[in-house]
Design a protein around this ligand. Structure first.
Ligand code: GLY
Length: 422
């Protein structure tokens, strides 16, 4: 099978590496890719938000399967265009991608499916903001205000704060920019990312993972697109993972089918394990970044065959997935100033080692690898347990040089020390 991957992050680099292990994958291409993916896939520079451009490229290179990584092309309907060209595509239709693209749609689906999620309210009129803030957060009994951009914001549109002025300022800035604001009640408890390969009502869960959204150690500082992740979760009882699939993901998949918005692709449930059980923080319509880097490092089954089965409606016929023993830890190396406007153009050394996945990188004319984005690299360490995987990941990241860069040093630490319980 000839596979075209769409995207340019470390998630797409991880997808390519896992696809390369599948004996049925004979050729790999990526658009637009980065300096790291260029070494393992044919690279194409097209506008990945244009369905027409992606379908044309897929036809030109004879792709049998297109895998769309990021949410923006999915929400814009690129998967629809690829399918209309008669090519199998892993990724939901524009209609089904609203589960991520519109938080109001997601809340409506969850309500109809009877799935636990945070209480929420959309505010689109600044005159109603203060009264709405009073219905959420302290002193109303909740631990914090949760203020979100109702549209796509690459994880950075969320502010969780106990300071009403901070919550108000974030909401007001979103409203000033013409973005509706979603206020939510705060869900307490450790977070879980559960990725499920979905084809209509067939749901195949991958290993559960946890990501780290704040920029600083001990979950301090602003939200980012994700600073690290680990899998599996030694503290998550198997019956809770089963409940997430049976009581949350399957009912949501069935509700999407019932509405005529059947989902085919990767349904990502972001959850909090509260004292009353799992509750949904958000759904995404694609693989998460950086959790994918950890999850796929442990996948033993052939990824191309799995994603092709979902894309062609044969997922239910696949044998159960096989996983490698042990654990995987991903640590993100970010550019100076990220998540604000990152410094770019710095030379990176040590980025060609095994286990280093590229994201915001480009190759300069003189051959040097330079930074060109906020999350520059992901390093992935594996080991027999979380402590060993952490040691491998941190040894690797210490061997890379990028002026001004920063990373969290506590990815997976609380879990490795047995400090998380549900
Ligand atoms: N890990 C967060 C995300 O992919 O949205």
């Amino acid at each position: 099978m000839r596979v075209l991957v769409i995207g340019s992050g470390a998630r797409e680099h991880a997808l390519l590496l896992a696809l390369r292990r599948d004996p049925e994958v004979e050729a790999l291409a990526i658009a637009p890719g980065n300096a790291g993916t260029a070494a393992i896939a044919q690279q194409h520079d097209v506008d990945i938000t244009s369905g027409e451009a992606v379908a044309k490229l897929a036809r030109q290179i004879g792709a049998d399967l297109v895998i769309i990584g990021p949410e923006v092309p999915l929400v814009l309907g690129v998967a629809d265009a690829v399918r209309a060209a008669g090519i199998a595509c892993f990724g939901p239709t524009r209609d089904a991608a609203r589960i991520e693209g519109s938080k109001a749609f997601a809340k409506d689906v969850m309500a109809a499916a009877g799935v636990r999620t945070a209480r929420s309210e959309i505010v689109d009129n600044p005159a109603r903001l203060d009264a709405a803030l009073d219905r959420f957060g302290p002193p109303g009994g909740e631990a914090a205000w949760v203020v979100k951009d109702d549209g796509l914001a690459a994880g950075k549109g969320v502010v969780v704060t106990t300071d009403r002025d901070v919550a108000r300022a974030h909401a007001a800035s979103l409203l000033d920019a013409g973005h509706p604001v979603l206020l939510e009640s705060f869900l307490d408890g450790p977070e879980v990312s559960l990725f499920c390969v979905v084809d209509g009502e067939t749901v195949v869960p991958l290993l559960a993972a946890q990501d780290f959204k704040r920029v600083g150690n001990n979950d301090t500082g602003p939200n980012t697109g994700g600073m690290g992740a680990y899998a599996p979760l030694p503290w998550l009882p198997a019956d809770v993972a089963d409940r997430i699939v049976d009581e949350i993901v399957k009912p949501v998949a069935a509700e999407l089918v019932r509405r005529g918005s059947s989902f085919s692709g990767l349904l990502y449930a972001g959850l909090a394990i509260t004292s009353q059980g799992p509750a949904v923080v958000e759904f995404n319509c694609r693989f998460g970044d950086p959790e994918t880097q950890s999850v796929l490092a442990l996948l033993d089954s052939p990824l191309g065959q799995l994603l092709r089965a979902a894309a062609t409606g044969t997922l239910a016929q696949l044998p159960p997935l096989k996983w490698r023993d042990g654990a995987a830890v991903t640590v993100v190396l970010a550019a100076e100033n990220y998540p604000s406007r990152p410094r770019v153009g710095d030379v990176i050394t040590g980025s060609e080692a095994d286990g280093v996945l590229h994201a915001g990188t480009a190759r300069r004319d003189d051959g040097a690898v330079v930074s060109c984005g906020g999350r520059v690299l992901s390093v992935v360490g594996t080991g027999s347990d979380l402590a060993a995987a952490r040691a491998a990941a941190y040894a690797l990241i210490e061997s890379i040089r990028l002026p001004g860069s920063h990373f969290r040093s506590d990815i997976g630490l609380a879990a490795a020390e047995g400090r998380i319980s549900v």
